[in-house]
Write a protein that binds this ligand. Structure first.
Ligand code: DGT
Ligand code: CA
Length: 549
């Protein structure tokens, strides 16, 4: 199918156009990419059946884009894209902090830099700082960014790996008795090395055949009756193990890990005179459990432990948060700032998801690149939202104000006072100690929530320097909520911080930070992270069905 290839091209066109500050068009291409990526039928078939007309009838596909799809299906190329694109590994280069598409283009035009290796060489030779608009700081950032990337190599972001795993599982479902995720992916680690799958099947050879002959398999490392390994075109390895039903629970437990957790369980079993391995729990030669995970945990006097908690110690948390507990989202952006959808569209999606309310929190004026709202536009937005509230919309009006260098906010208090709540976040000078800035912001009684505290981007940007203990203490004292940001690249607070904040009695809120309606669904990643941090319902604000600050 050409769907994915085309989607990638449209995403790239969108990126290039955005870099040129062209309005509307980037979103149209982004949307078309999204539609194609999710399309279940082959786009070629759609075209063969009904030509341009049928393409145009698809949601999100206009005439212009339909013509480009036709061109691609006929010639394998899109001239418009060829003209725009540069032979640069954009994904890699733009993953460096401070390098967007625009700068990547200039680096190519002026220094012919095409990939990270060439970028590193140029930075080491001091060539970057000599370019207009670049300086020593950019050069330093580039070198730091590259060395940071190197330490993370070979691991995949949780959301990415889950997206790859889902269709594989669906394909296997038809041909198996049971099939499940295992390994770090089931434990919802921030990043995973590979995808571990487990299945039970009446016909293992046939199941393995389906597994290894799927679309998107780039390489088959091995294929037997109990184990097969492949690499997908996304360059991630997938292992599938097939076990008999009577050992399924034991194998699922074993291959879920973590290794540390397995060691703890095995020791517990041993103390009771039992033996635990991937085939089952044994008393002498007799298997006394193994069909389900639950019976194994029970026989060694433990409740079933959720995978997110299976790390290096046993944690039993009865009120552990789950996705269905979430009743609303308090952090999202609309097309009033840098979001892609209207307030109404975001709200519609939130209601579709079963939420009881949605908080709108656009950027404020310091973030010019994000079209941040100044006092006047924030006031206009507040009037608009008031009209919607009058119509019965359960919207809370907030904003994501910027914490400036000295800890003050970029919007005056009189205006903030008119809002239902205020989020404050740091979006600048992330490479300096942020402790005092955050503390000063929390001391402002109008600030209710601190967004994505550490500022890290997984595999891209390390967290900012901060005295976390001190921040936690102040959050408790001022009754400020800490956000668990669910954006897959952020997951900020990280699990270890969530655990500490919880112990100190600081309340938290899980927010998607969505910039379009689809991204509201990122909430689940925040919930995974909160579960890994042992968060209970009582620690969380947005489990309540109605809110007031
Ligand atoms: P990853 O792949 O690095 O993201 O993390 P995992 O936890 O998925 O590790 P992986 O794929 O090497 O192994 C999957 C699970 O299999 C692991 O979580 C626990 C189990 N396992 C693998 N090797 C061992 C071992 O030597 N001892 C024990 N007790 N368990 C193991
Ligand atoms: Ca793994």
């Amino acid at each position: 199918m050409k769907n994915k290839e085309l989607a990638q091209i449209f995403y790239q066109i969108s990126k290039y156009l955005r870099a040129e500050n062209i309005s509307f068009k980037p979103y149209a291409y982004y949307k078309a990419g999204d539609v194609l990526e999710k399309l279940q039928v082959d786009i070629k078939k759609v075209y063969q059946e009904g030509g341009l007309k049928k393409l145009e009838a698809m949601p999100g596909i206009g005439k212009n884009i339909a013509l480009k799809i036709e061109e691609y299906l006929k010639t394998g190329e899109i001239a418009y894209f060829n003209k725009l694109k540069i032979p640069v590994d954009l994904t890699a280069i733009t993953s460096i902090q401070g390098i967007g598409v625009k700068r990547a283009k200039r680096l190519y035009q002026e220094l012919q830099i095409k990939d990270l290796k060439e970028l590193e060489e140029a930075a080491k030779k001091g060539k970057i700082k000599r370019l207009k608009g670049f300086d020593l700081k950019t050069e330093k950032n580039i070198l730091e960014g590259i060395s940071f990337l190197k330490t993370n190599q070979g691991r995949f972001l949780l959301s990415h790996a889950l997206t790859i795993a889902r269709p594989i599982i669906s394909a296997l479902k038809k041909e198996t008795l049971k099939v499940d995720l295992a390994g770090s992916l089931r434990r919802r680690k921030e990043t995973v090395k590979d995808i571990d799958l487990l299945a039970a099947s009446k016909n293992p050879l046939k199941t393995m055949e389906i597994f290894t002959s799927q679309e998107g398999v780039e390489k088959i490392w091995g294929k037997g009756e109990t184990k097969a390994s492949i690499r997908t075109e996304e360059k991630i390895n997938v292992d599938l193990r097939i076990v008999p039903l009577k050992s399924y629970g034991a194998a699922w437990q074993y291959f879920t890990g973590s290794k540390d957790h397995n060691i703890i369980l095995r020791k517990r079993a041993k103390r009771k005179g039992l033996k635990l391995n991937e085939y089952g729990l044994f008393k002498g030669k007799k298997q006394i459990a193994g069909k389900s995970e639950k019976e194994i945990y029970e026989k060694i006097n433990l409740p079933w432990i959720p995978p997110e908690l299976r790390e290096d110690e046993i944690r039993i948390i009865p009120g552990l948060i789950s996705l269905k507990d979430i009743k609303g989202d308090l952090h999202c952006h609309t097309n009033w700032s840098d979001g892609e959808n209207t307030i109404e569209e975001m709200y519609e999606e939130a209601i579709k998801m079963g939420y009881h309310y949605l908080g709108i929190s656009d950027h404020t004026k310091f973030l010019k690149a994000a079209n941040g709202l100044d006092e006047k536009r924030l006031l206009e937005q507040s009037e608009r939202i008031k009209r919607l509230k009058d119509k019965g919309y359960l919207i809370l009006h907030g904003c994501e104000a910027n914490i400036l260098s000295n800890g003050s906010l970029d919007i005056n208090d009189d205006l903030l006072r008119r809002l239902d709540y205020v989020i404050a976040g740091i979006h600048s000078e992330l490479n300096k100690d942020i402790t005092e800035r955050v503390i000063k912001a929390m001391e402002n009684p109008l600030v209710n929530i601190i967004s994505h505290l550490s500022g890290r981007l997984i595999q891209e940007r390390p967290e900012s320097l901060m005295n976390f203990e001190k921040i936690i203490k102040k959050a408790k004292e001022t009754n400020t909520l800490l956000e668990i940001n669910a954006t897959p690249k952020r997951l900020d607070l990280k699990a270890a911080y969530i655990e500490i904040a919880k112990k100190k009695g600081v309340r938290m809120v899980i927010n998607s930070d969505a910039h379009n309606r689809e991204q509201l669904k990122n909430m689940k990643y925040g919930v995974f992270q909160a579960r890994r941090g042992g968060l209970e319902r009582k620690d969380l604000l947005n489990v309540k069905k109605s809110l007031s600050f």
